[in-house]
Design a protein around this ligand. Sequence first.
Ligand SMILES: O=C(O)CCC(=O)C(=O)O
Ligand SMILES: [Fe+2]
Length: 296
Amino acid sequence: MFSILSSKKDRLPQEAQRTWLRTVALGVGLALITFLLWSSLGIDDDVAEVLARRGEVLEGRFIEIPCSEDYDGHRRFEGCTPRKCGRGVTDMVITREEAEQIRRIAEKGLSLGGSDGGASILDLHSGALSVGKHFVNLYRYFGDKIQNIFSEEDFKLYRDVRQKVQLTIAEAFGISSSSLYLTKPTFFSRINSTEAQTAHDEYWHAHVDKVTYGSFDYTSLLYLSDYLEDFGGGRFVFMEEGSNKTVEPRAGRVSFFTSGSENLHRVEKVLWGTRYAITIAFTCNPDHGIEDPVLT
Ligand SMILES: O=C(O)CCC(=O)C(=O)O
Ligand SMILES: [Fe+2]
């Protein structure tokens, strides 16, 4: 067996020893550079399992996870405030036709404005619409003319969808649907690959909805376009140390989850195309509840 610590007789000549040391140093250096590049590119951050693929039609998938302590910092409403936490995805609650109709509402509304950056929102409840680098109040801005833009059917569709999603959440978490209240903000989102212009365009940051929005106890997302058909990137990611879980958007797909830090998440940057979705959230606190949007 070769050993550099053997007898004087078979010790390597000094020149060969130096070459050997240089080779080892070079190898270690290269390994270090590769490691640094690897971690700076975040390659290992991408270790992810797919919770819902775009191509599959999910009856319903539910994963229970322990609740975070976030709910303890708020007033508790027994029979509603999460004791059972988790996340679910279903393609059975909203049809693709319904999703397409809702998407048309989003397209109509957002065509009146739109952010200079990649992310625009339309909140039918407050009337907030992204325009350039700011928001306008759609209802104040258009006044009575709003009736020429949206129809009573549009609002009815929103109400029907909200109701179905609310029942789905109640059933999955074993609570009464009547203990849930729609809360704000509830909004359509349109995301494309245009570079962000303001902080409002930076949709991709990891966040906890209960921290970001305060009143949320249960969050739902209804997707209105298809991953890899209508847009690339833009997958939803539940973030967990070493095992992220992704939801690939699909028109009509409802993803729902308890809003605390047990469901830390982010949206990947959209790389091409346009991604439409709607965020509908519920609170257990009646004081934070809002009425369904109405055409005034
Ligand atoms: O559009 C999505 O997939 C997620 C949006 C989101 O995280 C939010 O509205 O808080
Ligand atoms: Fe969120």
